[in-house]
Ligand binder design. Structure first.
Ligand code: SF4
Ligand code: FE
Length: 499
C-alpha cells in the first residue's frame, strides 16, 4: 500500500467497525463529519499530506530498511542523529500548518521506544517480543497506519503501586490468559488523538515491582477492537466548532484527548511486546518520555511562531509595531521560543545509540529533559507577552456574527480599524487566531503535563547531572583535590544507557 494521502487516511477512519467513541454524552460513529472531532481529524490528516506537499516532502518521508521503500516519517525508526533533528524540524513545520497539536507523535515515540526495549530484551535472550514488534512495525509501515500511544493510566491513589490499589483496575492489567492471547482491563487517561487513529500502542506508565507483574504489559490493537471505548474530553472554546462560523473558531484545526477504556479486551499473543517482565517497565517509561520531551521543542516552537506572527501583525494593525517597547516584547518572545527549539536540537544532535540494528538512536537525556522543562514555562510567558501586545480586545472583541449583521458591521468597520491597510475583519481574524492558539490545551496545559509534569523532569535532571563530578571541578580549583577530571559535562548515565 505504501504512503497514504490525507484523504485516504480520512476514508480509512470511516471504515472502522464497532468503534465506540463518546462525545458530550453521545456515541459518534463517523468522527470525520462530527463537528466536535472533525478539526482533530483535519489536524491528524496534515501529517499524511505533509508527505506529499512541496515544503515538507523531504522532512516527512524517509527510507525504511524494514519495508525497502519510503515511509511516512511518523512511522519510522530513528537510525541517525539527523533523524532526530528532522523530527524536531518536521514538528515545528507542522505546527505552522495546523496551529495545534497534530497528535501523531506519541505513537511514533512509542514505536521507537518499543524497538529499543524489545531489542534489548532480545539481546538478553527473550526474542519473542522483538519478533512480534518487528512484524508489527512492518505491518504499520506498509499500511501507513495512524497510531496513538497510550501510556498514562488513571492511577487511582497516586501514592500506591498498581498491585496495592483499592481499585485493581486503576492500572491496565491482564485479567485472563488464554491459549491465543490475553484479556486486558483498565483505562488510560489524556490520550492524544485517540479517536482519530487506526490503532493504539499501549505501554506501562511507571516502574513496577514483582507484585505488579500482571500490570507490566505493552501491546497494540486496532481501535475498533470489541470492548475498547473512548470518552473524548472537552476544551476551551470547543462550542465554537458547532456555530457554523468561519472566524471565531480559527484556526479550524484542534487536537483532542480522551479517556481510553478497555473493558475485557482480547489481545492476541503476536500483538504483545512486553508481558510480566516488570523489570523493563521503568526503562520503557524513561525511553518513551525522553523521546516525547525532545519532540516538544518542535511543535511548541512552531506554535510560538504562530503567536509571535499574530502579535506582530496586531501591533502593525494598530500602528505600534515599530515602537521600542513592542519590539522589545517581540524579541523576548523570540528568545524564549528559540531557546526551547535550541534545546531540542541539542537533544537530537547529541543523541545516543542505545540499541543495535536499524533503530536505536535515542535523544540526549539531559537536553531532552531541559527542553521539556523550558516548555512547561516559556509558552505561558510568550502568551502573556502576546496578550499584552494584542490589548484587552483579545478578551472582549465582538463575535463574527456581529460582523455579519450589516447594521453592526458598519459600526465595527469604523471603530475596530487601526491603520487603513487592514480592515476590522482582519483585526478580528488575527485576534481569534491568537486567542484560540495562545490559550489552547495544545499550547498551555499540554505544555505543562504532556510527556510528564514538571516534577518528572526535575527528578530526571537531578539523576542525570553528576553533582560529585561538579564538586571535583570546584575542589580542584580550590586546591582541595588533585583528582584527574575526564569528561566535559558532569553526567551520570541514564538507566537505558546502563542496560
Ligand atoms: Fe506531537 Fe507536540 Fe502533539 Fe506531542 S504535543 S503529539 S509532540 S504535536
Ligand atoms: Fe503531547
Amino acid at each position: 500500500m505504501g504512503l497514504r494521502k490525507g484523504d485516504q487516511y480520512v476514508e480509512g477512519l470511516k471504515n472502522r467497525q464497532h468503534v465506540a467513541i463518546y462525545v458530550m454524552g453521545k456515541r459518534v460513529n463517523d468522527i470525520t463529519t462530527n463537528l466536535f472531532l472533525k478539526p482533530s481529524v483535519m489536524s491528524f490528516k496534515a501529517t499524511f499530506d505533509a508527505a506529499f506537499e512541496e515544503d515538507t516532502i523531504d522532512l516527512a518521508r524517509v527510507y525504511s530498511p524494514i519495508v525497502g521503500e519510503e515511509v511516512n516519517r511518523f512511522n519510522s525508526l530513528h537510525s541517525d542523529p539527523r533523524d532526530l533533528v528532522a523530527k524536531v524540524k518536521l514538528l515545528r513545520k507542522l505546527s505552522h500548518k495546523t496551529g495545534t497539536c497534530f497528535q501523531r507523535c506519541v505513537g511514533w515515540d512509542g514505536l521507537n521506544t518499543l524497538y529499543i526495549i524489545t531489542r534489548k530484551m532480545a539481546d538478553r535472550g527473550v526474542k519473542t517480543y522483538h519478533d512480534n514488534f518487528m512484524k508489527y512495525l512492518e505491518y504499520v509501515q506498509r499500511r501507513d497506519l495512524a497510531l496513538a500511544g497510550a501510556m498514562t493510566d488513571v492511577k487511582g491513589v497516586r501514592a500506591l503501586k498498581p498491585s496495592e490499589q483499592p481499585n485493581p483496575d486503576a492500572y491496565v492489567r491482564v485479567v485472563e490468559e488464554r491459549d491465543d492471547g490475553v484479556v486486558v482491563r483498565g483505562a488510560k487517561a489524556n490520550i492524544t488523538g485517540i479517536a482519530a487513529v487506526d490503532e493504539v500502542l499501549v505501554m506501562p506508565t511507571r516502574a513496577m515491582t514483582e507484585k505488579d507483574a500482571q500490570y507490566a504489559i505493552s501491546f497494540a490493537i486496532p481501535l475498533d477492537t470489541p470492548g475498547v471505548k473512548v470518552v473524548v474530553g472537552r476544551q476551551l472554546n470547543d462550542g465554537r466548532r458547532a456555530e457554523g462560523g468561519e472566524i471565531d473558531g480559527l484556526p479550524y484545526m484542534f487536537n483532542h484527548e480522551g479517556l481510553l477504556i478497555f473493558e475485557d479486551v482480547f489481545v492476541p499473543w503476536e500483538r504483545i511486546f512486553l508481558y510480566r517482565d516488570w523489570t523493563w517497565a521503568g526503562l520503557l517509561v524513561e525511553v518513551f518520555s525522553y523521546y516525547h520531551r525532545q519532540g516538544y521543542a518542535g511543535c511548541k516552537s512552531g506554535l510560538g511562531d504562530v503567536i509571535i506572527g499574530a502579535a506582530y501583525n496586531l501591533a502593525s494593525q494598530i500602528g505600534v509595531a515599530g515602537k521600542a517597547h513592542v519590539e522589545d516584547k517581540l524579541v523576548e518572545m523570540t528568545f524564549l521560543n528559540e531557546t526551547m527549539y535550541s534545546a531540542g536540537l541539542a537533544a537530537s544532535w547529541e543523541g545516543k545509540k542505545v540499541a543495535e540494528g536499524p533503530g536505536g538512536w535515542w535523544v540526549n537525556p539531559m537536553y531532552a529533559n531541559v527542553t521539556k522543562h523550558l516548555v512547561t514555562r516559556f509558552p505561558y510567558e510568550i502568551s502573556r507577552l502576546a496578550h499584552d501586545i494584542a490589548g484587552g480586545i483579545l478578551g472582549t472583541g465582538p463575535s463574527e456574527f456581529d460582523l455579519k449583521n450589516p447594521e453592526v458591521r458598519q459600526l465595527l468597520e469604523k471603530y475596530l480599524q487601526g491603520v487603513p491597510e487592514f480592515t476590522a475583519e482582519d483585526r478580528l481574524r488575527i485576534l481569534r487566531l491568537l486567542e484560540n492558539v495562545s490559550i489552547s490545551v495544545a499550547y498551555l496545559i499540554e505544555s505543562v503535563h504532556g510527556a510528564g509534569s514538571p516534577q518528572a523532569q526535575r527528578i530526571s535532571i537531578q539523576r542525570i547531572y553528576d553533582y560529585k563530578y561538579a564538586e571535583e571541578i570546584a575542589k580542584r580549583l580550590a586546591h582541595m583535590s588533585k583528582k584527574p577530571l575526564s569528561g566535559v559535562e558532569p553526567r551520570r548515565a541514564s538507566d537505558v544507557e546502563k542496560t
